[in-house]
Design a protein around this ligand. Structure first.
Ligand SMILES: [Zn+2]
Length: 320
């Protein structure tokens, strides 16, 4: 166990009453078997393990639904934290869940249901395109990508992936997927079909003690959707999850999650109308008892050394 002795004086700050009542919610997407230079934001299982040990040792990790109830009733313990995952990657079951179970930590996985059972999200398609490309000039202009990218080392591949992905992200969801598939077809890219959970794996994930939440069906940017499409994305997702799992789904995460940019007041209202008890954004910081229960803040920890990771959590917790 990592004790971070040098940081204990800072940790004592957290026991003060001024910090109680705040809820810190962490966002993860994937946990990888080992470091992937093209996915620097996704921890390896080794890094994820020490991150979870630090959380267990220095924070009070609660199930998200319990934390939200306690937030509303102003009974949250000091240093309250929750762990969440977005999208529904299979590694959440195979790599993250065993670590969580071994440490007795609860978590919630928000699942975009259209990608269950062999699907692949547009950003993972483009990642494989730049990963597998063997030439030095990646020309995807026929798929509507605005320029050619010089491909060489990891840095150039990562830069190309970020540029291509940002061009596609805000397109209508079908066009976004079609263009990404066109990029893969043009370059002869082989696409993995086991990235996301299968339905039976989702049931296993739930059985392992992980809660399941909603994340829309196809992961569109809700703000770009018509009223009907936004409502359908949310309701199809909820009903599919309920059918697979056999129970009500109460928590929702907005795709991409930036308030006003990725979802609007309309979408917040739709989520509430469709019976969700709470929703989470990707706006950084903590939440308090007077926070909007349908727009709780979340925070992505990205540091790769224990001391920096801990300090980042501490800073996020202590910031207003
Ligand atoms: Zn997502």
């Amino acid at each position: 166990m990592r004790t971070l002795k040098l940081l204990h004086p800072l940790a004592s700050v957290l026991s003060g009453s001024g910090s109680s009542g705040k809820l810190q919610i962490l966002i993860y997407h994937r946990v990888l078997p080992s470091d992937d230079p093209l996915q620097p934001g996704e921890p390896s299982v080794a890094d994820f393990t020490w991150q979870m040990e630090i959380l267990k040792n220095h924070f009070q990790v609660l199930p998200l639904s319990e934390a939200i109830s306690k937030l509303k009733s102003q009974t949250l313990p000091a240093r309250a934290a929750c762990i969440t995952f977005d999208d529904g990657y299979a590694d959440n079951l195979h790599l993250a869940a065993p670590v969580l179970a071994s440490l007795g930590l609860p978590a919630t996985v928000f699942v975009a249901t259209d990608y269950l059972d062999g699907g692949i999200m547009f950003n993972d398609i483009t990642l494989e395109v730049v990963r597998q490309f063997k030439g030095d000039q990646l020309d995807l202009t026929a798929a509507g990508i605005d320029q050619r990218y010089t491909i060489g080392d990891t840095t150039s591949r990562l830069a190309a992936w970020r540029a291509i992905t940002s061009q596609l992200k805000y397109l209508p969801v079908e066009e976004r997927q079609n263009r990404a598939m066109q990029c893969a077809d043009m370059t002869g890219t082989r696409l993995p079909r086991d990235l996301m959970l299968k339905s039976e794996e989702l049931v296993k994930l739930k059985a392992s003690g992980v809660d399941i939440g909603a994340h829309t069906h196809r992961h569109p940017i809700l703000k770009t959707c018509s009223d009907d499409m936004a409502a359908k994305e949310i309701s199809d997702n909820k009903s599919t999850l309920q059918q697979i799992l056999g129970h009500d789904i109460e928590l929702f995460a907005y795709p991409n999650g930036v308030p006003l940019q990725d979802y609007s007041k309309r979408d917040r209202q739709l989520v509430k109308q469709q019976g969700f008890k709470a929703a989470v954004s990707t706006s950084a910081g903590t939440s308090r008892c007077d926070s909007d229960i349908y727009q709780l803040n979340r925070f992505t920890p990205w540091d790769r050394t224990p001391a920096r990771f801990y300090l980042r959590l501490l800073k996020n917790y202590l910031d207003k």
